[in-house]
Design a protein around this ligand. Structure first.
Ligand code: FE2
Length: 104
């Protein structure tokens, strides 16, 4: 990640990365719970379900952090950077942030 991102942008990126990991884990544990149930391993299914619930809780906490102001802070920081760019710098900034090209 770029070191010159605003702190809040770095936080938003770290949360996003954490949520990708949580979703991967949720998919894996969800599958394992289903397989354990299908095979009649009820004790294993119960333990795996507990872990799946923990993964879901972690994801929910991360969503709460992101939606509790960090994402907005990152968006505000990005807009503040847009306003600092000199006129005619649009071509250079488009290279840094392809998403800007989609804004109309
Ligand atoms: Fe996790």
């Amino acid at each position: 990640m770029e070191e010159d991102f605003a702190d809040t942008t770095m936080d938003a990126c770290l949360i996003a990365a954490g949520q990708r990991a949580e979703h991967y884990e949720m998919a894996a544990y969800g599958t394992l719970v289903a397989w354990a149930k299908a095979m009649g391993h009820t004790e294993a299914a119960t333990l795996l379900q507990r872990t799946l619930d923990e993964e879901k809780a972690a994801d929910k906490k991360l969503s709460g952090l992101a939606e509790g102001g960090i994402n907005q802070g990152a968006a505000d920081a990005a807009h503040a950077e847009d306003e600092k760019e000199p006129v005619g710098a649009a071509a250079g900034s488009a290279r840094k942030s392809p998403a800007k090209a989609d804004r109309r």
